[in-house]
Write a protein that binds this ligand. Structure first.
Ligand code: GLC
Length: 431
C-alpha cells in the first residue's frame, strides 16, 4: 500500500514535469537562512498600469485592447523617480529587502530587454532602465533585491490563453508555448545577468491555467534549474497558491499569514521552506487613485508581529505613483514602522516562530535562548504560560523585570498593570 502511494506521488510529480533530484547548493541554503532572518520586505507594484490609477489588473478588468493599452507606454515619464530616496525610505522603515515587479501580467517590462520592444527603455520617452537604477541603489545601500516575474501575459499572442485576459483581443490561434517559454527564459537570463546579485525570483500567474480541467505543463523544473545555474544563491518562489514544488526555495502566501485563509488563497499545507506572506498596505497592489484604505501603523506592526510569530516574513506592498513618487501615506507608515523596529527589532529580525502556537493573547518568537512574548490583547494582569523550558529571567523589552513564578505546567507572569499598547513585549531568557 505504502509503495503504491509512493509511486502514485512520484508519477504525479513527474507528470507535472518535476525532476526528483533538486538538491539545494550550500550557497542556496545559506541564502534561505538569510532570507528567513530578514523578516520584513517591501513589495513594489509599478508599471505603466500605474498611469491609469486603477490597479495592476486594469487591462483585464476594463477589457482593454492590447494595441490601445500599448500606447500608454509612449507617455510614461516618471519624472520624480528617485531610487536613492526610495531605497533609503525602505531601509529606514526597517525593511531588509525589496521585491520589484519586473514584468507584470500586462506584459510591460520595467527593464531593458532585447526580447521585446515593449519595455521601459525602448517604448517610453523616459528611456531609462528603472530596474538598473534601483538595483544599483540596492547594492549600494545594502538591501537585497528580489524580482517579481509574471508567468502569464495578457498582451503576447504566443502566450497560450488561460483563465484571464480574454478581453484584450489577441489572435489566440497564434499561441505558441515554445516561443513564449523561450521568451521568458531569455528574459530571466537577462534579469540574472545584468543586475548583479538577485535575492529571489518571485513568480506569479501559475493559477491562470486551471490544472484540474486541462492540465498545463509550465515546465517549471527546467526554468528553476536555469535560475539556480545562473545564480546558485537566488531563491525561487512561486505564488501559485498550492503546495510547493521541487526546485522552490521559499513558500509564498498571498494576503494571509501561513495557517490562516481569510482571502481564500491560502489553503495549501505549510512546508518546511522559509515562508513569506505578502500583503497590501491599502487595498490594491498597483497604484489606485481612489484607494485610501490604508491600514494604520498599529495594524501593520501587528501584522508584522503575527507573521513573525508564524516564522514567516512580511512582504508589505506599496504601489508607487506614475510620476515615480511613493504615496505620502505609504511614506508615513514606513517612517513609523521604522521607529518601532528600531526600538523592538531584536524580537523580530533573526527570529523563528516561538515555543507557543498563536495564543488568544498574542504570539511568540525565539532567538537563541531568548523567547519573546508579543502580547497583543490581554485583559488581565496575569498570564499563564504552558512552557516546558526553564525560565531564568523575564523583563519587559527595554524595560523592567516582570515577576514570574513556576507552576505545574510552566510559569505565571504577574504585571503591575494590564499590558497595553501596540505590542507589549516580554523577553524571557530560557535554558
Ligand atoms: C495576485 C495578482 C497580482 C499581484 C499578486 C501579488 O496574484 O494577480 O496582481 O501581483 O497577487 O501577490
Amino acid at each position: 500500500m505504502k509503495k503504491l502511494i509512493l509511486s502514485l506521488a512520484v508519477s504525479l510529480l513527474c507528470f507535472k514535469g518535476f525532476a526528483q533530484d533538486y538538491v539545494p547548493t550550500p550557497e542556496n541554503l545559506q541564502a534561505r537562512q538569510e532570507f528567513s532572518d530578514m523578516k520584513f520586505g517591501i513589495f513594489l507594484h509599478w508599471g505603466i498600469y500605474s498611469m491609469f490609477g486603477q490597479g495592476e489588473w486594469y487591462m483585464q478588468t476594463a477589457n482593454v485592447d492590447w494595441r490601445e493599452y500599448e500606447k500608454a507606454a509612449s507617455a510614461f515619464y516618471p519624472v520624480r523617480f528617485n531610487p536613492e530616496a526610495w531605497v533609503k525610505a525602505f531601509k529606514d522603515a526597517g525593511a531588509r529587502y525589496i521585491t520589484f515587479t519586473t514584468r507584470h501580467h500586462d506584459s510591460f517590462s520595467m527593464f531593458k530587454t532585447d526580447q521585446s520592444d515593449f519595455n521601459i527603455v525602448d517604448a517610453t520617452p523616459y528611456g531609462k532602465d528603472v530596474l538598473k537604477m534601483l538595483a544599483d541603489e540596492c547594492h549600494k545601500q545594502g538591501i537585497t533585491l528580489n524580482l517579481y516575474y509574471s508567468h502569464l501575459d495578457w498582451r503576447r499572442e504566443d502566450y497560450p490563453l488561460g483563465r484571464t485576459g480574454h478581453g484584450t483581443h489577441r489572435d489566440t490561434t497564434k499561441a505558441n508555448w515554445p516561443s513564449y517559454y523561450a521568451f521568458m527564459n531569455n528574459q530571466l537570463t537577462e534579469l540574472l545577468t545584468n543586475y548583479g546579485k538577485v535575492g529571489a525570483i518571485w513568480f506569479d500567474g501559475y493559477w491562470d491555467h486551471d490544472q484540474d480541467s486541462v492540465p498545463f505543463d509550465w515546465q517549471l523544473s527546467q526554468q528553476y534549474e536555469m535560475i539556480h545555474k545562473l545564480q546558485p544563491s537566488c531563491l525561487v518562489g512561486n505564488n501559485h497558491h498550492i503546495e510547493v514544488f521541487p526546485g522552490e526555495d521559499i513558500q509564498i502566501f498571498e494576503r494571509d499569514v501561513p495557517g490562516q485563509n481569510h482571502a481564500g488563497l491560502s489553503g495549501q499545507a505549510i512546508s518546511r521552506l522559509p515562508l513569506e506572506t505578502c500583503q497590501t498596505m491599502n487595498g490594491m497592489w498597483g497604484y489606485k487613485v481612489t484607494d485610501q484604505n490604508y491600514k494604520s501603523t498599529d495594524e501593520l506592526i501587528r501584522l508584522l508581529v503575527q507573521t513573525s510569530g508564524k516564522g514567516a516574513n512580511l512582504l508589505l506592498n506599496i504601489g508607487p505613483q506614475p510620476n515615480g513618487e511613493l504615496p505620502a501615506t505609504a511614506l508615513e507608515r514606513l517612517k513609523e514602522m521604522g521607529e518601532w523596529l528600531r526600538a523592538n527589532g531584536e524580537s523580530i529580525y533573526g527570529t523563528t516562530a516561538g515555543d507557543l502556537e498563536e495564543q488568544p493573547w498574542g504570539v511568540t518568537t525565539r532567538k537563541g535562548n531568548a523567547l519573546y512574548l508579543h502580547i497583543l490583547n490581554l485583559d488581565s494582569n496575569t498570564l499563564e504560560l504552558p512552557l516546558s523550558c526553564k525560565v531564568r529571567s523575564a523583563t519587559v523589552l527595554n524595560g523592567n523585570a516582570v515577576k514570574f513564578k513556576k507552576n505545574k505546567t510552566g510559569i505565571t507572569l504577574t504585571f503591575d498593570q494590564k499590558p497595553s499598547g501596540v505590542d507589549y513585549i516580554v523577553k524571557l531568557i530560557t535554558k
